[in-house]
Design a protein. Structure first.
Length: 200
């Protein structure tokens, strides 16, 4: 019985017996062939997509570069205009200030001419006081005001001490006793410090 079984095991296989195996091999080869083609197609599609995306990004960069250069040119023009306008404002302000002083200069010249033929010291004094008042008023109109010093506490932000004066009264110590040169502010900013003598 074992010999019979052995003979059956040794029987040659027919083409029909090998058909399933052959078909499997054909299917696998076809599958491999299709997969390679699909992969190539997918890679080509991805390359095309990336190429298109790259072209779009380059276009965006060029557009943004043009906009940036335009903005830089606009800013440079704005800066130049601002510098010129500032220069013009300063120039015009100086011209306006000088123009306002000219009538006072005229008054001084008329006063000097009048003094040549006048022997009245009182008239000369009154003329000088009128011109001085006119000048002080003009300065105030332009934001220039005198710094009040005498009797005030010494303030290094406003005063420049040029002398220390001994005082008997303790309350006068640290106070401004005298102001040889008056100080001025312009729009609440110190234009010139007052030169003062301080009690000690």
């Amino acid at each position: 019985m074992s010999n019979k079984n052995h003979k059956q095991d040794k029987m040659p296989q027919t083409p029909e017996d090998n058909a399933p195996e052959i078909m499997d091999n054909v299917d696998e080869a076809a599958e491999e062939s299709m997969s390679a083609e699909d992969i190539e197609n997918a890679e080509m599609s991805e390359i095309d997509a990336l190429t298109k995306q790259l072209a779009e990004e380059k276009e965006k960069v060029e557009k943004e570069k043009k906009e940036y250069l335009f903005l830089m040119a606009e800013f440079d023009n704005f800066r130049k205009r601002t510098v010129k306008e500032k220069s013009d404002i300063i120039k015009n302000a100086a011209e306006s200030t000088m123009k306002g002083i000219l009538p006072i200069v005229d008054d001084f010249e008329r006063g000097i001419e009048a003094n040549k033929s006048s022997d009245d010291p009182q008239a000369i004094r009154e003329g000088m006081e009128l011109i001085y008042s006119k000048l002080v008023k003009y300065l105030e109109q332009n934001g220039v005001k005198p710094i009040e010093s005498n009797g005030a506490d010494f303030n290094p932000d406003m005063h420049e001490a040029i002398a220390m004066v001994p005082v008997q009264d303790e309350t006068q110590k640290g106070k401004v006793i005298d102001t040889p040169t008056k100080g001025y502010t312009i729009n609440d900013k110190v234009l010139r410090h007052a030169k003062v003598a301080v009690g000690q």
